[in-house]
Write a protein that binds this ligand. Structure first.
Ligand code: NAD
Length: 354
């Protein structure tokens, strides 16, 4: 296994490997870039097939966090951690406590948040031995709701704001009345996004693999259920992917009829070049890591003691970032995904410590 010549290495500042024979902890913590501040990113637990897969994942995800936080104008760098193991079998209190001790050794250069395979209660156990955990505090949340540390309400609201900005740019509309939106996945984020869209007068088409989530969308919001394999190619104005990644590929893009793609799912482009393919088809794509930054914004304000109003003000800036990206795309004829990467680089390289 190589590190400095690894294809995902991309100038990472730090990569730490931790092993504890007693608790069974095997973890990798990566700090990609800390020019803007301490590296914040999720702590993922997953039964990786081998160490190489775990390293590849942590490096790729850590780099992604640098770009997301910089694009959101947060004083945070990018990092990520992975615990190698099956969360259903290997996650014990002793293992999580040891993870906390490992985090503490890094002296605050990396701050862990919830990710797949870890929960808010898990982060609270990790937090017994370090203050370098985030998304764990109950506090007043946005829109008058209490926040338990779950970033989904902020992610959904940020996605809603970003979707409106995309609609303004591509469809020339300031209102969402009777706008047809197809949402793939009505889980934590997708259902909340659906509620915002419904309140703004949009017509909703939803798909999910869980019937109970669909039932809520139908009964509460009057949504129409569509089969999972048709949701992306519906004859609608906007599609909002809110389930899984890599759904924008050669096959789907050729059949998308919507003029706007604006959803919260991570890593929507199957390959980087697919942002150009979307543009070639006349589809305006809101880059995922720009539009879904609400969660990291919310977590950042938990750390600095900001109020719900501070969080809302920062969430509104997602619209400004997307406005800048869409304007650059129109002026240069270049795709929004590549432009988002460049804008993020401008923002984190500008703050480089000289
Ligand atoms: P979630 O698990 O609560 O919801 C995802 C939903 O998608 C589930 O209801 C699931 O049943 C459904 N789904 C899975 N496969 C599907 C398929 N083939 N077709 C239709 N629906 C399917 O997750 P979430 O927290 O709502 O996150 C959704 C997406 O947004 C993920 O990609 C996540 O990485 C991303 N994201 C979430 C946050 C956040 O704050 N939760 C922040 C940034 C990005």
């Amino acid at each position: 296994m190589t590190l400095f010549s690894h294809h995902e290495f991309d100038n990472h500042e730090q990569v730490h490997f931790f092993n504890d024979a007693v608790s069974g902890l095997k973890a990798i913590i990566a700090v990609h870039n800390s020019h803007r501040g301490p590296a914040l990113g999720g702590c993922r637990m997953f039964p990786y097939a081998n160490d190489e897969d775990a390293l590849t994942d942590v490096l790729r995800l850590s780099r992604g966090m640098t770009y997301k936080s910089a694009l959101a104008n947060l004083d945070l760098g990018g990092g990520k951690s992975v615990i190698i193991g099956d969360p259903r079998q290997h996650k014990t209190e002793a293992l999580l406590e040891m993870m906390g001790r490992c985090l503490e050794k890094l002296g605050g250069s990396y701050i862990a948040a919830e990710d797949s395979g870890t929960s808010v209660p898990d982060l609270q156990v990790i937090g017994r031995h370090t203050r370098n955990v985030a998304g764990v505090v109950s506090r007043p949340g946005i829109l008058g709701q209490p926040s338990s540390g779950d970033p989904s309400p902020a992610t959904a609201y940020g996605t809603f704001i970003g979707l409106k900005t995309a609609v303004q740019h591509r469809l020339g509309r300031d209102d969402l009345h009777r706008l047809k939106v197809a949402i793939q996945g009505v889980g934590n984020v997708g259902l909340r996004l659906a509620r915002h869209l419904h309140a703004a007068g949009a017509e909703l088409y939803v798909s999910d693999i869980h019937q109970n989530q669909l039932a809520i969308a139908v009964e509460e919001l009057g949504a129409t259920v569509v089969p999972s394999d048709q949701v992306l190619t519906m004859n609608v104005d906007v599609i909002a992917p809110c389930a899984m990644g890599a759904i924008l590929n050669d096959e789907t893009i050729a059949n998308i009829k919507a003029k706007v793609v604006a959803g919260a799912a991570n890593n929507q482009l199957a390959e980087a070049r697919h942002d150009q393919t979307l543009a070639d088809h006349g589809i305006l794509y809101a880059p995922d890591f720009a539009i879904n930054a609400g969660g990291i914004i919310d977590i950042a304000y938990e750390r600095n003691g900001g109020t719900p109003e501070d969080v809302m003000t920062h969430l509104e800036s997602i619209a400004e970032t997307l406005d800048e990206l869409f304007t650059r795309a129109r002026e240069t004829g270049r795709p929004t995904g590549a432009l988002a990467n460049e804008l993020a680089e401008e923002r984190f390289k500008l703050n480089a410590v000289t």
